[in-house]
Design a protein around this ligand. Sequence first.
Ligand SMILES: [Fe+2]
Length: 289
Amino acid sequence: MKGTDEPMKGTGMIASAVLDSEAVTAQAYADSTAGLPADDIDIDRMKIVQHWERYTDIDHEVWGIIFDKRMNQLREEGSRVFLDGAKAIQLDPSCIPRLGDVNASLLPSTGWSSHAVPGYLPAKGFFAFLAQRQFPTTITVRPKEQMEYLPEPDIIHDVFGHVPLHTDEAFADFLQTYGKAALYTDDPVHTERLARLFWFTVEFGLIHEDNKLKLYGSGLISSEGEGHHALHSKEVERRPFDLERVCSTPFEIDHYQPILYVLDSFDQLREAMTGYAEKLLAISGRAAA
Ligand SMILES: [Fe+2]
């Protein structure tokens, strides 16, 4: 996500054997939702099948290499909530996860589920998923030559990086409330503020656990360089989380983050979001519940 009206999911479809003509149709529908009223967006039409059998040995190998490499750091430096969540949804370095298996563990815990989408979703389409406790998930895998960095999300960023946190009740509630607020907010000032909130929490958030600083944002979980920089660089200003301050802090996407925000708990995030959503939904004439 780059800014107010920018897409929430990458820059377009990656050519991949995992995708087919069904993905093209789903993408065309997703694109056409950009001007639709929020209540008319049909998230099911954006979903595609994860043809798991089409992943190549190299795809599974790339997943496994990154999984092992990241877990080496995250066992020490990742949030306990992330580590417990990855275990709960049974992520495993031996192969790319099947979303059906992930959901079998996830749904009974918080009611969240992950669904394959073709790639880019307009912002409102993305928010419509979150508002229904569903996470739109890219299912392609980065090429082996680009294991260190890929500008658009892939299944490693989305499932390894994001989905483990959806097992946590407080985070799960926060994310749905965020989705509802963002879906029904059309004021560009608040849209910009919400984009900043997403960036500094879901993508690049840090949290205090057991008197230590830990990683939880997907951009930090899924990137060795970003994760290390976030925790250890003297260049980073680590500020205590404060919703107003977060929403007023601009961000840039093309370099390591110089400012990060640190939560005391995911309850703190849920509570702050609930208050803000009540305000936004009242503006849009809707109830928060
Ligand atoms: Fe992300």
